[in-house]
Design a protein around this ligand. Structure first.
Ligand SMILES: [Zn+2]
Length: 412
């Protein structure tokens, strides 16, 4: 077999294209391949598909392909421009690459596979490309994926805020809780942040949403009430966020009490922070005796802790009516505890009770998207490799968007 024939097959070129020349450069560790088209081919206008004569050829372009036996392989060709009676002069897209790519589709697909496994810097190092070229692969993949994405409103969504890097910078993430995909990422955690997501859809589409998990965060609540029909029955405050309110209150009680005790040389509460915050069964064996003695020592912190622990039973109810009854009793206990942080937390919960109780109907939490959260956490650690926030956001869509990322000939 001739080398030109071999490369026509290796590259998977289809008529009218074929390889006309192959050059091996051992010193530079590369193979260069030139493709030409058959003469007198019946070209078609890329817009209307009607036959159109060749107008001229574009200048020679080069695309990198998968290596041949570890030799960098580059494909050269001059693409054809036709002239259509209706559409004028148009370039016919190449069958081996997508728009704006310096790579053939096969290499681009391989780089996408690599990008799923490591960050842009790592892929750049492994493949001997340039950072910007590697980034371009990810960027185009997300663009393609978003363009192909079916327009649909998830039935059950989770809205979550994430702190970005250090300081008080946030972003909002909307997840499809059933598919486990990130649907939307945007700056900030304001009402406007979430409204931008909702505004993509009509009222009828938004009416299909069955339930929305979120923190007790007023801007999200306002955005949802403004856009989603019957939002009052659909908002479900995330149970972990609810529990955290009470856990934080316990910690506040501990700090206050520790300060007061320390003034009298009593250091029993020193170093006990997490003992009170963990669920009781998660306390490590070696600290159990210490905890058992301290929790029965008639301390305010011990009382606060007992109130927090008893709220856990609330979540195990099956019916909203019984859960409500249980909450009522718990609330009475909490608000009569004379522990100010606990009273305040209980009141916050009471104020949001309607949409805490919706949990017993919809049974969703933001932890449903736990896989996503840990992926995003990893991306955040890699964020320095993404250079800026826009990149980081693209990376979230790439890794968590559930998008169809790969180039295909018909998309050319
Ligand atoms: Zn045309």
């Amino acid at each position: 077999m001739e080398d030109t024939e071999l490369y026509t097959r290796l590259l998977g070129l289809r008529r009218p294209w074929r390889v006309c020349r192959v050059e091996l450069n051992l010193e530079q560790n590369r193979v260069d391949v030139w493709a030409v088209e058959e003469p007198r081919w019946d070209w078609q206008c890329p817009i209307c598909g009607k036959s159109a004569p060749v107008y001229d050829h574009a200048g020679e372009q080069t695309w990198r392909h998968l290596d041949t036996c570890e030799y960098e392989t580059h494909l050269h060709a001059r693409l054809v421009r036709i002239t259509c009676a209706e559409h004028g002069v148009k370039q016919v897209p190449a069958q081996w690459t997508g728009p704006r790519s310096p790579f053939t589709m096969k290499l681009e697909a391989r780089l996408i596979d690599l990008l799923k496994e490591c960050d842009v810097t790592g892929v750049t190092r492994l493949s001997g490309t340039k950072w910007d070229a590697t980034w371009g692969v990810l960027d185009r993949a997300v663009e393609r994926g978003l363009a192909r994405k079916e327009r649909r409103v998830p039935m059950r969504i989770g809205v979550d805020e994430k702190a970005v890097a250090k300081g008080h910078t946030y972003e909002s993430i909307v997840c499809d809780l059933d598919r486990g995909t990130v649907e939307y990422v945007t700056d900030d955690r304001k009402q406007e942040s979430l409204e931008k997501y909702f505004r993509q859809f009509s009222k009828e589409e938004l009416a299909q949403i069955e339930a929305i998990a979120m923190d007790m965060w007023d801007p999200y609540i306002a955005a949802t009430k403004a856009h989603v029909p019957a939002a009052e029955e659909k908002i479900v405050f995330d149970r972990y966020h609810v529990t955290t309110q009470v856990t934080k209150a316990v910690d506040k009680v501990r700090r206050q009490e520790h300060k007061a005790l320390s003034a009298n040389e009593d250091f029993r509460l020193k170093g006990t922070k997490y003992l009170w915050m963990w669920n009781e069964e998660n306390i490590p064996e070696w600290r159990r005796a210490e905890f058992d003695s301290i929790k029965t020592a008639d301390l305010k912190t011990g009382r606060a802790w007992a109130i927090k622990e008893s709220l856990r039973a609330f979540w195990s109810y099956l019916s909203p009516a019984w859960a409500r009854k249980y909450f009522k009793a718990w609330y009475f206990w909490a608000t009569h505890s004379r522990l100010q942080p606990i009273v305040a937390a209980a009141k916050t919960l009471k104020r949001h009770l309607t949409n805490i109780l919706t949990y017993f109907k919809h049974r969703i939490t933001n932890a449903t998207a736990e896989g996503i959260n840990s992926k995003i956490q990893t991306l955040k650690l890699m964020a320095c490799g993404y250079r800026n926030r826009e990149h980081y956001r693209k990376a979230i869509y790439f890794h968590c968007g559930g998008l169809d990322l790969y180039p295909r000939a018909e998309a050319a």
